[in-house]
Design a protein around this ligand. Structure first.
Ligand code: G
Ligand code: G
Ligand code: MN
Length: 323
């Protein structure tokens, strides 16, 4: 990479160029990479963010991270067959920090690899615990673009499943289109290995990317998750209703399962059922909850469903919201 390519794109004056090169070096060192190119996002490294990076490194190895679980409800049976695991950070001084704030930091510094490893270990462990308690519940984990460049990932996932005696079909990996596109060739190779293990692959935020169709036939995929931006105005926007109905048909014609996310009311749920959507996830059923609260919610939902057997199961799931 010659200097000419960086100037004047990365800065117009020498001082800024040097400062930005310095930031890139800092990021490269943190990520244990040979080099990094400056990105606008690095400018957001305020002292607070730099402090958080150091704290995050510690948080991954101590007990500060935790997983919340949100159910995916099967619209055919009204039962919960899987959950999405969503990471939270209980910072000792700053309280609960949402993933939107620390996942980008983890990605910029390379800490994401250790974070994902922790999330996978915890989620597969929990899946095994449920399984041995007689509850077969699939668990979905979110991966970032960085994880798809990690050639060791498939063998680590295989070892993890074996260690916790969890069948691969109970683990699902959620990826966004853009994370797959970042390095298509390497991502495809890693995805193919995960798929071959029997792990389920899900495309998250479906419909928000640019390349929606061409890659569907090339990727090993089991499930599409329709982005909540299309779902939330389903009952008021004719265009969104058309888009969602078409997406469900498209997914089914590829032999894929469809999940709609962001269901917040009954009207939207009824429309999705009419569209033959397979699974639904959203605040209408439950917010993401810490494991004990999720288990309480699930128990209540099942009790209500059993009591009202034959009547509207979804009503009962919703009525049993614990929070
Ligand atoms: O509940 P919610 O605020 O949890 O999640 C916000 C965003 O953070 C979502 O886009 C979600 O995909 C992402 N996210 C949540 N948990 C994880 C995780 O364990 N790994 C990665 N890479 N992203 C996550
Ligand atoms: O991008 P991904 O789908 O992984 O992220 C899931 C995110 O969606 C999490 O932040 C979760 O808290 C959020 N979420 C789940 N259900 C709903 C919902 O019904 N409404 C809204 N606004 N957000 C939701
Ligand atoms: Mn997700």
């Amino acid at each position: 990479m010659s200097g000419r390519e960086l100037y004047p794109t990365h800065a117009k004056d020498g001082l800024t160029l040097l400062r930005r090169a310095d930031m890139a070096m800092y990021v490269a060192k943190q990520a244990h990479e040979g080099y990094a190119l400056f990105e606008e996002a690095f400018e957001q490294h305020t002292p607070r963010r730099l402090g958080l990076i150091a704290d995050l490194r510690r948080a991954i190895t101590t007990d500060e991270l935790t997983l919340y679980y949100q159910p995916k409800v099967n619209l055919g049976t009204g039962s919960v067959s899987c959950v999405e695991a969503l990471v939270r950070w209980q910072h000792p001084a700053q309280g609960l920090i949402p993933p939107d704030e620390f996942i980008p930091l983890a990605e910029q510094t390379g800490l994401i690899k250790a974070l994902t490893r922790w999330v996978l270990e915890e989620a597969v462990g929990q899946c095994g615990t449920w399984l041995r308690a007689g509850r077969e519940l699939g668990v979905a984990v979110n991966l970032s673009a960085w994880d798809l460049r990690d050639v060791k990932l498939p063998e680590r996932v295989a070892a993890l499943l074996e260690c916790h005696a969890v069948p691969a079909r109970l683990l699902s990996i959620e990826l966004t289109e853009s994370s797959v596109m970042t390095d298509m060739r390497r991502s495809l190779d890693i995805l193919a290995q995960l798929f071959a293990l029997g792990v389920s692959i899900s495309i998250d935020d479906f419909g928000t990317g640019y390349s929606s169709l061409a890659y569907l036939k090339r990727l090993p995929v089991n499930e599409l998750k329709i982005d909540r931006s299309f779902v939330q105005q389903l009952s008021t926007s004719v265009a969104d209703a058309t888009i969602v109905r078409t997406m469900v048909e498209l997914a089914h014609s590829f032999g894929l399962r469809v999940v709609a996310e962001g269901i917040e009311d009954r009207t939207v749920l009824d429309m999705l059922t009419a569209f033959h959507c397979d699974l639904a996830q959203g605040y209408y059923f439950s917010r993401p909850l810490p494991v004990q609260h999720f288990e309480q919610w699930l128990q209540k939902a099942e009790t209500c469903a059993a009591r009202a057997a034959g009547t509207g199961v979804q009503d009962d799931l919703q009525a049993s919201l614990p929070l």
